[in-house]
Write a protein that binds this ligand. Sequence first.
Ligand code: UP5
Ligand code: MG
Length: 194
Amino acid sequence: FSPDKTSVIYVLGGPGAGKGTQCANLVRDYGFKHLSAGDLLRAEQDREGSEFGEMIKTYIKQGDIVPMEVTVQLLENAIRDVNGGEGRFLIDGFPRKMDQAVKFEEAVCPSRFVLFFDCPENVMSERLLERGKTSGRSDDNAESIKRRFRTFVETSMPVVDHFEKEGKVVKVMATKSPDEVYEDVKKGMTERKF
Ligand code: UP5
Ligand code: MG
């Protein structure tokens, strides 16, 4: 995709930091298309006839990162499905491993910047356990949450640090109420001329 016609913003942050919640606000006010890598993987997991379904199920439950070929392909297809790939995209929960970041930037589209939600584990844990009462997500339980946190610290934070060194990270504290967090998100968008 050509960066003239396709704008990509990565939305990163720990499990339960509020990525999906804030993406919904940005879709409403800025005309973004929202693509959550986790949602795409869960849809593929449930798609009848998918050769990857069982594998994805195992990785998600364990809080591990699904091999990047699968996720990059799902994202690329999803971008193309929207208006041939022209427009503004929020890529939520991706890239969360360095190999994915390199591959996507090279083979699909370079990103404009990273919106990073910073949130302590105790806050995220409380949110996820609460959501787990009704979400039906196989990874919203204490055991999976612990593993997701470990993967985030060991594997995904290095991606944020990498983009930080390139001056591409807009960091927002994610502990306040959703409306207050969104006020800071909008400030960050203005800073980056959106
Ligand atoms: N909530 C939100 N904001 C709040 C606030 N400010 N105050 C109080 N409550 C707030 O929010 C989580 C919960 O908190 C909700 O109940 C919300 O109402 C409340 P949400 O907006 O859903 O947070 P989000 O950051 O989107 O949390 P999510 O659980 O989706 O994060 P994950 O990053 O864990 O999940 P994701 O779907 O991205 O990935 C799941 C798994 O897929 C990964 O663990 C991995 O196994 C796999 N995956 C890959 O393998 N590769 C990828 O590239 C991507 C995913
Ligand atoms: Mg999410």
